[in-house]
Design a protein around this ligand. Sequence first.
Ligand code: HSE
Length: 428
Amino acid sequence: MPAPLRLGIAGLGTVGAGVMRLVQAEGALIAARAGRPVQVTAVTARDRNRNRDVDLSGCAWAESPVALATRPDIDVFVELIGGETGPARDAMFAALAAGKDVVTANKALLAHHGHAIATAAEAAGRTVRFEAAVAGGIPAIKALAEGLAGNRIRRVVGVMNGTCNYILTRMEEAGLPYEAVFEEARGLGYLEADPRLDVDGIDAAHKLSLLAALAFGTRVRFDAVQMEGIGRVRIEDIRHAGELGFRIKLLGVAQMTGRGLEQRMTPCLVPMASPLAQLRGGTNMVVLDGEASGPIALRGAGAGAGPTASAVLADVIDLARGNRYPMFGIPAAMLADPVPAVVAAPAPYYLRMDLLDRPGALARVATALADAGVSIDRMRQRAHEAQTAPVVIVTHRCAPDAIAHALAAFPATGVVMGEPVTIRIEAE
Ligand code: HSE
């Protein structure tokens, strides 16, 4: 019998406990697939005495993540602590320096320090695997790094934060405002400890930046993701979008363009009939569009103990099998330093505004749009009793700059009241 692959697990929260349970429940299956037994030799967590409903009796307890990462009796350091700095970062570098391979679910750490980590891993002759960092149980990293390795990737699109998708779905289904659903989600324990990671789009942008690095062979540039959360999505926009044949999603798009690397994580309208629009609740979807393969859509649970543990074990089994390659698919020294695209590609836009209800008001808005080079595709004015009329406009494809120019001209029309709402329409 070959020697077991010995894991040290740092972090015994939902994911860490899920990995322990999966290793214990599926030991024989995992050993058969890995070609050798996989065992958890040692663990560490913040609170030793917490009841986690897992059997830790066969594992040593390490006093800190760094102490665990450098133990001679582990082969692979499994980092499930989270956080872009502090113990997770220290232990990552300590593990590599001590000659360990690393498996991590830590998207924040990799989004901020991915290139330094990839470089350190190669210097140490080790590798870092991170399937669990992106879209939970969906094998998006493996699909890019292996299944689509023969392709030039054109585009990566996806819904990568289940909590935001849950909130947007629930707003639509229950007709509830954002604030009420946010509180519901908090009560259900769906939100990260710092909810801004979810609702400001940060967690999803971390994931997108990792996918983009793998897809385009570039250094991770989380700082260059254009990012906007779901906090300003109003229930009336969800309703108007529905009437126009769209749903609103927090959508990630990454593509290499003539203008540089475009990475966006923003609320977008997507056509109601599209697979992305069909995602309900906490489900994630990642669409990888290869030049030779065409688009490949992967859909599944983006979080949770089982799905994320499944992704961690996939990486562990790969390491046990000796399936090794550079962290971002090509050697760190060959990763290009991408020029970030300053403006997004042209697209149609959804505009909603309150117009003073008087003769010529619509004409003034249409003129401001025309002067900015924005062409109207569809326009609706809602029935109203107040002095102002809610107006919704769908534009033809136009440059984001043109929309910005039109918005800047609206105050001078004297008829647009308050701040207009602008949401990009992404037709996959
Ligand atoms: N909070 C994330 C989500 C899961 O809701 O999808 C961890 O990235």
